[in-house]
Design a protein around this ligand. Structure first.
Ligand SMILES: CC(C)(COP(=O)(O)OP(=O)(O)OC[C@H]1O[C@@H](n2cnc3c(N)ncnc32)[C@H](O)[C@@H]1OP(=O)(O)O)[C@@H](O)C(=O)NCCC(=O)NCCS
Length: 203
């Protein structure tokens, strides 16, 4: 399979990470509003290490948590993408879809737009059979994105990596199967004759 360079949607580029993203990414991870539903903020070193991991994964496999850029302004706004889970639960190991954006860019439909493109990429080009998503029960904006992209709630769980006494421990679990995705409208972007190339355009 060709290596992914970029996924293009109407307004967004989902792309490999660049050195210049670190400053904005680290600031985002130090923002209490962005990290409201996480147990703690992240240091610049942790942000840099995360970027290194994603860079390597995207380079080797063609998928991961992509850096997201607004096409018109070229601004880095956060990440959206696909990620292998690394904790033990009754639904893992699996591939999750996830997102985190700078707060200046919330509520403009960016997470849903980028996530729909990632579902298309995951189900159509990578041939994943199932994609999951989860978040703290209190994280209503993130749950709303799951609903907007056509995922269905299949359960709840206590996240093993969140401290026992935290209000963030209860999580909701959403899922979408490849067969369900193929029946959805989102799939209007699906063209079985167009094989994945290094530029994937999903409107
Ligand atoms: C979750 C996040 C990525 C959503 O990004 P976004 O680009 O704003 O998402 P969208 O605009 O596509 O959709 C957001 C939806 O949530 C809704 N929403 C926003 N705040 C809400 C709230 N407090 N309660 C309920 N719904 C809310 C919006 O109205 C919108 O739904 P609508 O289109 O039906 O009106 C963004 O809020 C974020 O980065 N949060 C911090 C990081 C995070 O929590 N990531 C997820 C961890 S699992």
């Amino acid at each position: 399979m060709n290596k992914l360079t970029v996924i293009k949607t109407k307004r967004l580029l989902l792309r490999q990470w660049k050195d210049s993203d670190l400053h904005y990414y680290a600031s985002m991870n130090a923002d209490e509003d962005v990290m409201h539903f996480f147990p703690r903020l992240q240091t610049e070193e942790e942000s840099a290490a995360f970027i290194d991991v994603q860079l390597q994964r995207i380079d080797e496999r063609g998928w991961g948590l992509f850096a997201v850029e607004v096409i018109e302004s070229k601004e880095f706004i956060g990440f959206i993408g696909l990620n292998p889970t690394t904790f033990d639960s009754n639904f893992t190991p699996c591939t999750e879809i996830g997102w985190r954006l700078r707060k200046e860019f919330w509520n403009q439909g960016y997470a849903s737009e980028g996530a729909k493109a990632c579902l298309t990429y995951g189900f159509r080009d990578l041939d994943f059979k199932d994609i999951y998503s989860f978040t703290a029960k209190l994280n209503l904006p993130s749950e709303r994105v799951m609903q907007k992209i056509g995922m269905e709630q299949i359960g709840e769980f206590s996240h093993p990596r969140v401290p026992e006494d935290s209000i963030l421990k209860p999580h909701i679990l959403y899922h979408l199967s490849q067969s369900k995705f193929n029946e959805m409208n989102i799939n209007s972007a699906y063209n079985p004759n167009t094989k994945f190339s290094n530029l994937l355009q999903i409107q």
